[in-house]
Ligand binder design. Structure first.
Ligand SMILES: [Zn+2]
Length: 412
């Protein structure tokens, strides 16, 4: 990205001569990749000359600016109202769009540096892994911590493993390894153990097998499920629940979970939608999964998942972007920018702005990091994506990554 000569005088901070200003911005060219906010705590990074979409859902600001210092956002808003610090590296984004770093709130295989780097390169600065494929061990969280110290990797938020009864999903279906419990007391112990080990979020499953043409898979009892949810909430952690049918959705809602992973693939009745919206329960629809599975098995599932999401969105439900990357055998998922999921969300009637909010602010809620991530508001961690073009006019512009900033460092 070019950063110098087409800067006009209006971008020049007061008290700096044009010559000095150009010197500053030229110096920034060499610093661009690998710019590290920790290298000079006194030097701010200023993004100017771009459309600003801050992730809150507010209208875009045509000529916006974002000022970053010490890994955090200092200010953001219309260029005219933002004071560029004197000691600042200025980057002219040349009419691109400045957005919060994206969040994919449903992935697997996240404990791998190469995969996390690919996410980050596509502007997805945070991913939430909803279940390791291997048997549970506290070591998973040590791996997460090590990966999170690598600035080139997308930030990994992790549940560790599912908690479910013996033989329950995902064991019954694809041989995954839940932490198993057989009583409400064991459910409490399992939640406490995972949180003590380092879990960011708690994951469980309500999967009776109905959607897969089967039934009778073991399920958590209502008492076990409510003990699980209560304990997580006492420890300040949200609970996300794998569900694929309305029957199992009701079980999850009865237990008081915070979020539903996967859109149901049978008819979603209005009373369930109202119940979710009233309780503020988020939905991570994973349409890319349903499209992939439907191609191989049953096309109806995909069509119904799109329809159900459109009902939920129309009623005002909160949607979170998540794809289920690596969550099913023999199905291709986008690695990097989740453009397939984005296009399918649009097909379900979501506006470009709603989709951006689902991938930023709402994703941060799912990661239990809403006070630190998800929007470009002052005080938040500086995870920023700059793209070419206007995503509100054409969502495919989201794939035109110009710049990725994570923790205030330019990484791409
Ligand atoms: Zn999954």
């Amino acid at each position: 990205m070019s950063i110098e000569s087409n800067l006009d005088n209006s971008a020049r901070p007061q008290g700096i001569s044009r010559r000095e200003f150009l010197k500053l911005t030229s110096a920034a060219a060499g610093l661009l990749i690998g710019y590290n906010s920790a290298q000079g705590a006194d030097v701010a990074l200023s993004l100017i000359n771009g459309m600003l979409i801050d992730g809150t859902g507010a209208d875009a600001t045509p000529d916006g600016a974002v000022i970053i210092k010490n890994e955090r956002i200092v200010s953001s808003g219309p260029r005219k109202q933002i004071k560029i610090p004197t000691n600042s590296t200025i980057i002219d984004v040349q009419g691109g769009t400045i957005l919060p770093g994206f969040i994919n709130a449903h992935v697997h295989a996240g404990y791998t540096a190469s995969i996390l780097k690919s996410w980050a390169q596509g502007g997805v600065t945070t991913v939430r892994d909803l279940g390791a494929l291997e048997p549970y061990s506290a070591e998973l969280f040590n791996i997460r911590n090590a990966l999170n110290s690598n600035p080139k990797c997308a930030r990994l938020v992790a549940v560790g493993s599912f908690i479910n009864v013996e033989g329950g999903y995902p064991r019954a279906y694809w041989g995954g390894h839940p932490v198993t419990v057989n009583s409400p007391e064991e459910a409490r112990q399992a939640v406490n153990r995972l949180i003590d080990d380092g879990a960011d979020v708690i994951k469980t499953a309500f999967e009776s097998g109905y959607s897969f043409g089967q039934s009778g898979w073991p399920l958590l009892s209502h008492e076990q499920a409510t003990a699980l949810v209560e304990t997580a909430h006492q420890r300040g952690k949200p609970v996300t629940a794998h569900v694929t049918s309305v029957l199992d959705l009701e079980r999850a809602l009865d237990a008081g979970v915070d979020e539903i992973a996967h859109m149901v693939i049978d008819w979603l009745a209005d009373y369930l939608i109202s119940r979710m919206i009233k309780a503020g329960i988020r939905w991570v629809p994973t349409l890319e999964l349903w499209r992939g599975i439907s191609k191989k098995y049953n096309a109806k599932w995909y069509l119904q998942s799109i329809k159900n999401l459109s009902f939920f969105v129309e009623a005002g439900g909160e949607v979170v972007l998540g794809t289920d990357y690596a969550g099913a055998r023999d199905i291709d998922f986008d690695l990097g920018k989740p453009i397939t999921e984005i296009e399918l969300m649009q097909k379900a009637g979501m506006t470009p702005m709603q989709i951006i909010v689902s991938a930023t602010k709402n994703g941060a809620r799912s990661c239990n990091m809403e006070s630190d991530l998800g929007t470009l508001e002052p005080g938040k961690i500086a995870d920023i994506l700059v793209i070419d073009g206007n995503p509100l006019k054409d969502l495919t512009n989201l794939t035109k990554t110009k710049l990725v900033i994570k923790d205030g460092n330019i990484i791409e």
